[in-house]
Ligand binder design. Structure first.
Ligand SMILES: NC(=O)CC[C@H](N)C(=O)O
Length: 250
């Protein structure tokens, strides 16, 4: 079992460290042909416009779409979720290319700017039922997106209360439903649709590896599939020293 991690930009090293921690081989993906060597793919968080420009430059979009079509599991975290969405709002002028496949509308910076980043405990019943452990997961939200609408085949795995002053009404910044009705509104922050998994937050920045092991199960693997340490995926095959585990939030 080898899990590819798109390594153009963003938190790919942190995902590789999380995979290593659970004994799974990770491979950095920068070129279309490298996708042929992996059983599953993680698209990390970062900055989706920049990542899209780099993906376009490396001609990765057709290969990424084909990879999804083969039915192999793909997990997008944060900017990776934006990549996987069929539709994104709140994009920079001119928009950006999306890989698509996930039947949802995502708001690119729903929770605000970098300084509005936050952490919160999320209720994760399906994750806890599959992976055990606590009923909550510490969500690290960094200039995070949120899912505003989903199609019928999308399973919601976690949601989160809309912060005051924000609206989930598409294209509207006026009074939110919550303000009108007094009822708490929620946005979706983790979903699964067939072979696609997406989270608006960053599990790779925590010590809790349950989302990684959940994703591995989607790929038909578990920790017994262990096959050594992460590879840097460089073409020259150079065997650099394994990176030490990166610091993560405790
Ligand atoms: N932490 C993240 O991946 C942030 C994603 C960011 N909102 C974007 O548009 O790319």
């Amino acid at each position: 079992m080898t899990v590819g991690v798109l390594a153009l930009q963003g938190s790919f090293n942190e995902h590789l460290a999380a995979l290593k921690k659970i004994g799974v081989k990770g491979l950095q993906i920068r070129k279309p042909e490298q996708l042929e060597h992996v059983n599953a793919l993680i698209i990390p968080g970062g900055e989706s416009t920049t990542m899209a420009k780099l993906a376009e430059y490396h001609n990765l979009f057709p290969a990424l779409r084909n990879f999804i079509k083969t039915g192999k599991p793909v997990w997008g975290t944060c900017a990776g979720l934006i990549f996987l969405a069929d539709k994104a709002v709140g994009q920079k002028l001119g928009g950006q290319e999306l890989v698509g496949g996930l039947d949802c509308t995502v708001h690119r910076n729903f929770f605000g700017s970098q300084i509005q980043s936050f952490e919160a405990d999320l209720l994760v019943p399906e994750l806890a039922a599959t992976e055990g452990g606590p009923a909550t997961f510490r969500g690290v939200f960094i200039r995070a997106p949120a899912i505003l609408e989903t199609g019928p085949d999308v399973q919601v795995l976690a949601d989160y209360a809309v912060p005051p002053g924000k609206s989930v009404t598409l294209g509207s910044d006026v009074e939110s439903q919550a303000e009108k009705t007094g009822r708490e509104e929620k946005v979706i922050v983790a979903v699964k649709q067939g072979n696609l998994l997406a989270t608006a937050f960053h599990p790779e920045l925590t010590t809790d590896t349950r989302w990684h092991s959940f994703f591995l199960k989607m790929a038909g693997g578990d920790q017994s599939f262990c096959c050594g340490s992460s590879s840097n995926g460089d073409d020259d095959g150079d065997q650099r020293q394994a990176r030490p585990d990166l610091p993560v939030f405790q």
